[in-house]
Design a protein around this ligand. Structure first.
Ligand code: CA
Length: 214
C-alpha cells in the first residue's frame, strides 16, 4: 500500500471518526417526546415538559410563575457524571420566551463537585447574563476540567426568574456534552461535493507523485 493510499485512508477514517463521535446526552435534539433524563425542577410553581417548538423539532421547556420570597432559580439537571480526567465541553441552544423584561435568563452550565458522587457541596459555574428574548442563541458552559480538585458534575439547564412578574419560559435544544477524547474535530462542513473534491485532490496528487511530479 503506497503512502498516498494510506494518506487517503487516514483522511476518510478521520472523517468517519468525526461523524461517529458520541454525545453523552441521550435524545439531545428532543426529537423524541422524552425529557426523563433531566431531573427536576424542585422549585414551586415551576415545571418542565417536552414541547413541539424547537430549533427545529422538539425541545425541553421550562416554565415558572414562582413568586417571592422563594429563590428565583429554576433548574433541571442530568444524572451525576464522574468521567475520565480532562476537559469536558457542554453547549446547546436556548430560546428565552419570558414575559418579563430582560432580567430573565436561560443558562447552560456544569454544577461541579469535589467528590465522585455529586454528594458534596456544589461548585457553580458563572451565569451567562441577560440575553435577547424571542430568538434561538448559542450557549456554552465554561469548560470543565475533571482533575484532582473536581471529580464529578451534573449538566444543568437553568432559568433565572428576575422580576417575579408574568410567566418565565425557557426552551433548550441541540444539547451536546462531550467527554475528553470525544471533542469535536474541527473538520470543515463537508457535504458530498466537498468530500469528492478532497478525494479528487488526493488521487491527483498521488498520480503526480507516481509519475515523478512534485
Ligand atoms: Ca429539537
Amino acid at each position: 500500500m503506497s503512502k498516498w493510499t494510506i494518506c487517503f485512508a487516514a483522511a476518510v477514517a478521520s472523517m468517519g471518526t468525526a461523524a461517529a463521535q458520541t454525545n453523552v446526552i441521550p435524545n439531545p435534539n428532543f426529537d423524541a417526546a422524552d425529557v426523563s433524563w433531566w431531573q427536576g425542577p424542585a422549585q414551586a410553581s415551576s415545571s418542565k415538559s417536552w414541547d413541539p417548538f424547537g430549533n427545529p423539532g422538539g425541545s425541553l421547556f421550562l416554565e415558572s410563575t414562582l413568586l417571592p420570597p422563594q429563590l428565583a432559580v429554576i433548574e433541571v439537571s442530568g444524572p451525576c457524571i464522574s468521567g475520565p480526567p480532562g476537559e469536558w465541553i457542554y453547549r446547546g441552544q436556548v430560546f428565552n420566551a419570558s414575559e418579563g423584561p430582560l432580567l430573565e435568563e436561560c443558562a447552560i452550565f456544569f454544577v461541579r463537585y469535589e467528590d465522585a458522587t455529586c454528594s458534596g457541596p456544589p461548585i457553580f459555574d458563572s451565569s451567562d447574563g441577560p440575553q435577547p428574548q424571542g430568538v434561538w442563541i448559542d450557549r456554552e458552559a465554561l469548560p470543565l476540567e475533571i482533575n484532582q480538585f473536581i471529580h464529578s458534575f451534573r449538566p444543568t439547564l437553568q432559568m433565572t426568574r428576575g422580576n417575579f412578574k408574568g410567566v418565565s419560559r425557557c426552551y433548550f435544544d441541540n444539547l451536546e456534552l462531550l467527554s475528553p477524547g470525544q471533542q469535536v474535530v474541527e473538520v470543515p462542513a463537508m457535504g458530498p461535493v466537498g468530500m469528492w473534491v478532497l478525494i479528487g485532490v488526493l488521487l491527483l496528487t498521488g498520480i503526480r507523485k507516481l509519475y515523478g511530479g512534485s
